[in-house]
Design a protein around this ligand. Structure first.
Ligand SMILES: Nc1nc2c(c(=O)[nH]1)N[C@H]1C(S)=C(S)[C@@H](COP(=O)(O)OP(=O)(O)OC[C@H]3O[C@@H](n4cnc5c(=O)[nH]c(N)nc54)[C@H](O)[C@@H]3O)O[C@H]1N2
Ligand SMILES: Nc1nc2c(c(=O)[nH]1)N[C@H]1C(S)=C(S)[C@@H](COP(=O)(O)OP(=O)(O)OC[C@H]3O[C@@H](n4cnc5c(=O)[nH]c(N)nc54)[C@H](O)[C@@H]3O)O[C@H]1N2
Ligand code: SF4
Ligand SMILES: [Mo]
Length: 881
């Protein structure tokens, strides 16, 4: 390792700068404007994930190692043949907001300009599509008007369907710092009491799906209160009357009833909004992932247009992006209904300019299929060859079992990834991609800031960057000269130049000022916010404060968003909401490698209200069957008052590689927003029933793999191997069958030495397998959880030498490490548990986060856990009841 390398975090759309130093140490970049030296728990653990273990190292065809030449040649041939026989719309790419802008640019150019189909869509369809559509409806172009400094400048920040404390932690920390400095008020609109709600001044736990009613109510309230900025509207916006008519009467009581919230609190919120000029509304998946997501976006934007609060310091609607390059994908046209560089399908001038610029033989005449429709078309046999890149649809698309069935029967599937996933398992050709730390290019964050991702380590095996794969296939399909770039810098120059073509101020997305960077300047590029040159935005980077919307008349558009009522429950008792937890990233391919990130929420649960649990006979921590029209999964019940009655929350992260239940996406429906095509992933009608547990177990193994359906299980990586928590859905087998069962679980070599204690009548079995004098695997089974040893005691034994005197202790599972802490870990950076914080608070009378920080270090690094520490302190101050 030579000099430290400045790069950008590969996780969320905050887009923090990090520095990769010697020995794979990753630290915060104090000079990056997004984070100014802060990192969250995921960013802080990046160093732990830089392991080549499990990486895909060479291409495979039909599961057998193949050369790059054969693999790329096969993709080119299959695509060519399919197109020749069935036309360009019989092939597709499904890509990702985790592609770099350069990767994305090449993929889009190949599909839309050369193959001649619109069938390139991205996982951003599941993420940002409703915001994109809402921006286009209101502003004429997909543009986020604000900047991160607005979080510091605002007096009121409203977070709608955003759990920023966990999902955009560094931005949330910036907001909390501003609150501490000058008392910014924070309001959270979320059906759940999240960590973000904990840190707010006001939380409105609105009924799932009622946001449009709430913002329509606000628009009517603003009108009733005489708070409409008529002068601004007259100059800069159209359609106000229709929007306010569609919003319904100014009746706070009725709106509160529709949203299931306290009318006094709702009125308090409306008053705060009405009287606070510097107000920003930040929104995320609670808004976008809805069958009325685009209307939610426009109902929010309407309130900002009505008050003229947009694009000025501390004001405006602010859609936060999820993935590191969700925004970059939107710039290049990664969505099936976008062209490239924010050009429009239905604009002949744009089409002519793009055809000429690309020298495109087949510019697609129309948009392509959107993610959910695309996989339906694969299932129907209309799309016959697909290439999936940097996304894991077998786990992340709703109705995942249908997606898997579609991929399984698709005549040709290529997948590029860095690790084996439930999707690579269904591919004909698997291509090993270089990962973060190895790949080279740019990403754009939520505030339109372009940052460099720079390589700092060798790509393992034969893995290669995604842009190279796309370009190689394009060249093999016959378009050599058009896909001839030598490096990402050359691609970036082309992308930047295109943004200026036929623009002349017609499109806000313009980075033609960067088209002349030479390779060295590209390497050195500092984080920069578009547009470049700052034609519309001026120095501050804000847009639209003084109008200038990219619509034909230069005005923004109010959109009428009549409320359509709560999501249909289809006769089921619950609505299933799914989303994120603090320390995992999506389908866990990277964060699932880091033991410290597993400690906060160690297994997939479904959270429900204790009142609902009592009514259904569901025990705390018992297993439950979650069923929907799409499928069912067995999860552990997590009873909390943080969810509304009749609503459920389950994390999206676990997959078949990590748990017997597989992805919760298996149960998630796909009602689509009619404008954006984004599926509803926060309100699937669902039912719950208790499941009996017959036995409990702990299994430790050096090597990890799925355990099939031997029992209910969850796999957790530990420093020296894998821990599995087991629960029996059926009675333990008897006699020899029990030992066969144990053998399948342990899966150790035949010559392993086995130590064993059993009492089959009491369903107790303890087996340790020793290979070369060290503990290779061990299994503990018992009828009750109390019959199992403590995890903290047995985990450190795995892989360790087992001297003779230690053998008896080994099966007794007696603690080796008395200091090991129990309970969920709140502070991932320093491994501090909930119990330790509570204990310190009670016995040492610590009453503030900073005192806890001094005593235990908890919360002093990334700060992501501060809301939870506050919650613990509050519980200590105010005991239950
Ligand atoms: N730790 C972590 N951080 C991440 C990610 C991750 O995987 N892990 N992923 C990144 C990505 S790609 C994304 S898109 C973002 C997502 O970031 P967020 O959108 O903040 O995360 P989610 O948990 O999906 O959903 C946010 C909230 O919406 C609420 N919600 C559900 N239904 C409704 C509703 O009808 N109305 C309202 N107002 N709220 C509702 C949920 O209860 C939930 O708390 O996170 C990014 N950051
Ligand atoms: N139930 C439910 N489902 C959801 C959501 C939800 O809230 N609820 N949220 C949705 C949202 S917002 C999102 S963004 C999606 C995310 O869903 P996915 O995109 O499927 O999730 P990831 O696990 O991030 O998958 C990224 C894959 O790309 C691989 N990868 C990483 N870097 C590279 C690279 O450089 N090149 C290549 N070729 N591969 C790479 C990783 O190993 C991983 O397998 O999930 C969606 N699905
Ligand atoms: S907030 Fe955390 S996950 Fe998001 S970019 Fe910053 S360090 Fe990475
Ligand atoms: Mo996302």
């Amino acid at each position: 390792m030579t000099a430290p390398v400045h790069t950008a975090c590969p996780y969320c759309g905050v887009g923090c700068g990090v520095i990769a130093g010697a020995g794979g140490k990753v630290t915060a970049d104090p000079s990056h404007p997004a984070n100014r030296g802060r990192l969250c728990s995921k960013g802080a653990a990046l160093g732990q994930t830089l392991d080549n273990k499990g990486r895909l190292l060479h291409p495979t065809i039909g599961g057998t190692r193949a050369t790059w030449d054969d693999s790329l040649g096969l993709i080119a041939t299959k695509f060519r043949r399919t197109i020749a026989e069935h036309g360009p719309d019989s092939v597709a790419f499904y890509v990702s907001g985790q592609c770099l802008t350069e990767d994305y640019y090449v993929a889009n150019k190949l599909m839309k300009g050369f193959i001649g189909s619109g069938n390139i869509d991205t996982n951003s369809r599941l993420c940002m599509a409703s915001s994109v559509a809402g921006h286009v409806r209101a502003f004429g172009e997909d543009v986020v008007p604000g900047v991160y400094e607005d979080f510091e400048e605002a007096d009121l920040v409203i977070l709608v369907g955003s759990n920023a404390a966990w999902c955009h932690p560094v931005l949330h920390q910036r907001l909390l710092a501003a609150k501490a400095a000058h008392g910014t008020k924070i309001v959270v609109l979320d059906p759940r009491r999240t960590a973000t709600a904990e840190a707010a001044d006001l939380h409105l736990p609105l009924a799932a799906g009622s946001d449009v009613a709430l913002f329509n109510g606000l628009l009517s309230f603003l009108k009733g209160a005489g708070r409409i900025n008529k002068a601004w509207i007259a100059r800069h916006a159209s359609g106000f009357e229709a929007a306010v008519n569609a919003a319904g009467p100014d009746d706070v009581e009725a709106t509160a009833a529709a949203c299931g919230v306290d009318p006094e609190l709702l009125e308090m919120f409306y008053e705060m909004f009405a009287r606070t000029e510097r107000t920003m509304t930040v929104y995320s998946q609670g808004v976008n992932q809805s069958s009325v997501g685009t209307d939610k976006v426009n109902a929010i934007i309407n309130c900002h247009l009505a008050t003229g609060r947009i694009g000025r310091p501390g004001m405006g609607p602010f859609s936060v992006t999820g993935q590191p390059n969700a925004m970059g994908g939107r710039e290049v046209g990664g969505l099936a209904n976008q062209l490239a560089a924010h050009m429009k399908f239905d604009d002949p001038a744009d089409r002519a300019a793009l055809t000429a610029f690309w020298n495109a033989p087949n510019l697609t005449p129309k948009p392509g299929l959107k993610a959910v429709e695309l996989f339906d078309a694969i299932a129907d046999g209309k799309v016959k060859a697909v290439w999936v890149v940097a996304t894991n649809p077998a786990d992340s698309l709703p109705r995942s079992d249908r997606v898997r069935a579609a991929l399984a029967k698709c005549p040709f599937v290529a997948v590029s990834d860095c690790w084996a996933t439930d999707t690579t398992a269904l591919a004909d050709v698997v291509l090993p991609a270089s990962a973060w730390g190895e790949k080279d290019g740019t990403v754009t964050n939520s505030e339109r800031r372009i940052s460099r991702q720079r390589p700092f380590r060798e790509a393992p095996g034969e893995s290669r960057p995604d842009w190279w794969m796309f370009a190689q296939v394009a060249r093999r399909m016959g378009w050599k000269a058009d896909f001839a770039w030598e490096n990402p810098a050359a691609i970036f120059r082309e992308h930047a130049a295109l943004s200026g073509v036929a623009n002349n101020g017609r499109r806000v997305f313009d980075i033609s000022g960067l088209a002349g960077l030479d390779d060295g300047e590209y390497d050195d590029l500092l984080p920069v916010r578009w547009p470049v040159p700052a034609r519309f935005s001026g120095e501050s980077g804000r847009l639209f404060g003084f109008g200038g919307f990219p619509t034909p008349d230069g005005k923004a558009r109010f959109v009428a968003t009549p409320y359509q009522g709560l999501p249909n429950r289809s006769g089921r008792e619950f609505l299933l909401n799914t989303g994120r937890i603090r320390d995992q990233w999506h389908t866990m391919t990277r964060t699932g490698l880091a033991p410290s990130l597993m400690a906060h929420t160690p297994e997939p649960v479904v959270t429900l209200h204790p009142g609902d649990a009592a009514a259904l006979g569901i025990e705390p921590n018992g297993l439950v069957r979650l069923s929907t029209d799409e499928g069912e999964v067995v999860l552990r019940a997590d009873l909390r008052h943080t969810v509304r009655r009749g609503e459920l929350f389950a994390p999206m992260h676990w997959t078949d590689l990590f748990a017997s239940c597989g992805p919760v996406a298996r149960t998630v429906g796909a009602r689509l927003d009619p404008v954006s095509g984004q599926p509803e992933m926060k309100a699937t009608p669902a039912s719950l029933s208790p499941v009996e547990s017959h036995f409990h177990g702990l299994l430790l193994r050096r090597e990890g793999s799925a355990l099939a359906d031997l029992c209910h299980w969850v796999r957790v990586p530990v420093d020296t191997g894998q821990l599995y928590r087991l629960t029996g859905l059926r009675a333990l087998p008897a006699g020899d069958d029990l030992f066969r069962f144990a053998g399948l679980l342990l899966s150790v070599p035949m010559d392993a030495e086995l130590l064993e204690i059993s009492d089959v009548r009491r369903a107790v079995l303890r087996i340790a397998a020793i290979v070369d004098g060290a503990l290779e695997a061990c299994l503990f089974l018992a009828r009750d959880p109390a019959g199992l040893p403590s995890e903290a005691a047995v985990i450190p034994m795995l892989g360790q030498p087992v001297p003779d005197p230690a053998r008896s202790r080994l099966l007794a599972g007696r603690p080796y490490d008395a200091a090991a802490c129990e309970g969920p870990r709140v502070c991932a950076c320093f491994g501090v548990t909930r119990d330790a914080i509570r204990h310190a608070a009670v016995t040492h009378r610590l009453r503030s986060v900073s005192e806890i920080g001094v005593a235990l270090r908890a919360g002093t690094n990334c700060g992501s856990c501060i809301p939870e520490i506050e919650e613990i302190l509050r519980d200590v101050r105010m005991p239950a009841g």
